[in-house]
Ligand binder design. Structure first.
Ligand code: CA
Ligand code: CA
Ligand code: CA
Ligand code: CA
Length: 465
């Protein structure tokens, strides 16, 4: 499944003519700004700083991104690769000269401005970043997932020093009070590349642990280095031995601790697993309602693709698991939600209104036929936008649910998630046969951004509203 989804989970959208931000500047403001300087729109980088700091580099983004509120103003800031000095392919570098540059762009709704204090560059691959305050000092840190060396067409990079599975070292950039970063290396050793992770202080010692999809282990900071801790996977559930695969860290909070999902040997049976001491233990076994479907499998750094809550307040948790049908003989990858109770029953119809318990239509996920078999906005985001303690659900990679040409999200009302009006119109219609887009959504602040894959960052489409 992992490999299959790795191929499938390449988001696309298409064409775009009316791409200017909807938030227009008033006439008064326009006059004032034209006198002084150009109004800021889109991605803003100090060009003199860039030319002086990175001579010979050009502006190029990749595909996945990280986010977090670095300046604590309530808006999600974006961490993206924005420049390079070497042509890069998807998960790897083609040659050993290729450095890439990552930076934090502060969210101003209609534009994102690079904080030049919060920039780093390195030699290696790129597979997205995960943002968390790893050392609990009040400043957000960055876990840099570097993924894989290409391994066949191109010469072995000089920095590639393991004998393992084509993985490369990953890095942590500890934030020095928003004035810069201090780099730490997490050696890949014999593991696969790091592609998705959950960061959380599960052992409550004041330092977050990093849980990876690429090893049965976690790394924890001791203020000096990152220490590796092995985890043992328990493959026995109710006395029966299973072939547990695609072990993926998915979720963490103080009610549940760390939660993994895994497949039973690529069948339609899955497990919800939790950490107990140094063991990963299967706790719940469940079946999916569609053949050849299963949980959304983060391959590009995606995370928070799941939500665990006691929806009916009976002291037992419900597990809301974004999933997809990956039987591509008949359909493109098609997302749907499944809700599982503590004994493994599918209780989706109890907690999801009938309109939203079905897979998304191709129109809603912006899928276009004959486009290399790729698919559209396939994951879900969760955010408590109305601050009532229960997260709302945003399908189509956070963009929302299209109905009658307007956009909705799912809100928990009277015991069920139901459609709730979000905004007029549908902002998922970015259509361009030559560009794949990765949506970034700040649900609370009504910011939709479509990052082009392996293209100029300045070609990003803003659909803030
Ligand atoms: Ca912010
Ligand atoms: Ca920190
Ligand atoms: Ca800890
Ligand atoms: Ca809420």
């Amino acid at each position: 499944m992992k490999k299959l989804l790795g191929i499938l989970i390449i988001l696309i959208c298409f064409s775009c003519n009316k791409d200017l931000p909807n938030n227009s500047i008033s006439k008064q403001d326009t006059i004032v700004t034209q006198i002084s300087s150009q109004p800021k729109v889109g991605f803003v980088i100090d060009t003199n700083w860039f030319k002086n700091t990175y001579p010979g580099y050009w502006i190029e983004t990749h595909r996945w991104y990280g986010y977090g509120d670095f300046n604590k103003d309530g808006k999600k800031d974006l961490v993206v690769m924005f420049a390079t000095n070497s042509p890069a392919n998807i998960n790897h570098q083609k040659d050993t000269s290729g450095r890439i540059v990552i930076g934090v762009f502060i969210n101003h709704k209609t534009y994102f401005e690079l904080d030049t204090n919060l920039v780093y560059s390195y030699l290696g691959g790129y597979n997205g970043v995960n943002v968390a305050d790893i050392n609990h000092d009040g400043y957000l840190d960055i876990y840099q997932m570097t993924g894989y060396w290409e391994g066949s067409q191109y010469p072995k990079p000089s920095y590639y020093n393991n004998s393992g599975h084509g993985g490369m070292d990953s890095y942590v950039y500890i934030n020095n009070k928003n004035k810069g970063f201090i780099k730490y290396t997490i050696p890949v050793e014999d593991n696969a590349g790091s592609t998705t992770s959950i960061i959380y202080d599960n052992n409550k010692n004041g330092m977050d642990e990093i849980y990876l999809s690429s090893c049965q282990c976690y790394y924890e900071f001791n203020n000096n280095t990152f220490v590796k801790n092995e985890l043992n996977l328990d493959k026995t559930y109710n006395g029966i031995l299973y072939d547990i695969r695609v072990l993926t860290p998915k979720y963490a909070d103080n009610k549940t601790g760390i939660v993994y999902l895994a497949s039973d040997n690529f069948s339609d049976t899955y497990f919800i697993l939790k950490i107990e001491g140094n063991k990963i233990v299967p706790k719940i076994k469940y079946n999916v309602p569609y053949h050849l479907s299963g949980f959304t499998d983060g391959t590009n750094g995606e995370r928070e693709e799941m939500y665990i809550e006691d929806l009916n307040k009976d002291g037992k948790l419900e597990y809301i698991i974004p999933s997809g049908i990956f039987n591509t003989n008949t359909t493109p990858y098609t997302p749907y939600l499944i809700i599982i109770d503590e004994v493994g029953n599918d209780v989706s119809s109890t907690y999801l209104d009938s309109t939203i318990s079905k897979p998304l239509t191709y129109d809603q996920m912006n899928w276009l036929t004959n486009h290399m078999g790729m698919t559209g906005f396939i994951y879900h985001t969760f955010a408590d936008v109305d601050n009532d303690g229960i997260k709302e659900i945003f399908p189509a990679s956070g963009i929302g649910y299209k109905k009658d040409n307007d956009t909705y999200y799912y809100k928990f009302i009277n015991g069920k998630y139901r459609l709730q009006f979000y905004h007029t119109g549908w902002f998922g219609n970015v259509v361009d046969k030559n560009t794949n887009y990765w949506p970034f959504v700040d649900e609370k602040n009504n910011v939709n951004v479509f990052l082009p894959g392996e293209k100029d960052l300045y070609n990003t489409i803003f659909k803030s509203f």
